[in-house]
Design a protein around this ligand. Sequence first.
Ligand code: HEC
Length: 125
Amino acid sequence: MSRAAVLALLVAAGCGPDSVFGPPTETECPPGGTSLTYTSFGKPFMESYCTRCHSSELVGSQRMGAPSFHDFDSLFGIKAVSMHIDETTGSGPAATNTGMPPDGAKPTKAEREMLSQWIACGMPQ
Ligand code: HEC
């Protein structure tokens, strides 16, 4: 297969304009670290914007199409796909990604920046 054909396939598979994915935000953890924790930020953020679809307690149509193994009701579930979270929901120097959530209440840009920073700092508990 030619390089162009492979590229075309990659685009068709979810890197095109319809994709929920944007580029990595390229956020870096500040030198002094972050004051954001799972308890103070990650958990309430996910509960405000994500877990009505992405939760281990939801099955079948309750998930409203949210893929399996993308469950954000635990820190473990967030860590498993944190790069994808940055690429769909985060904001930083390289991009502000607004693919998620698809509807309902949306996080502000400042909240998206906090999300990417918390991820870049290794998601402290
Ligand atoms: C209304 C339900 C709903 C809400 C709320 C929601 N999502 Fe999603 N999420 C989806 C659906 C549906 C998909 C699959 C979309 C697709 O592949 O086109 C998805 C896909 C994703 C993916 C990509 C999974 C993959 O690898 O293909 C990530 C990451 C994600 N969501 C993160 C989040 C985050 C973070 C939040 C909260 C800020 C959130 N979502 C809120 C329904 C939701």
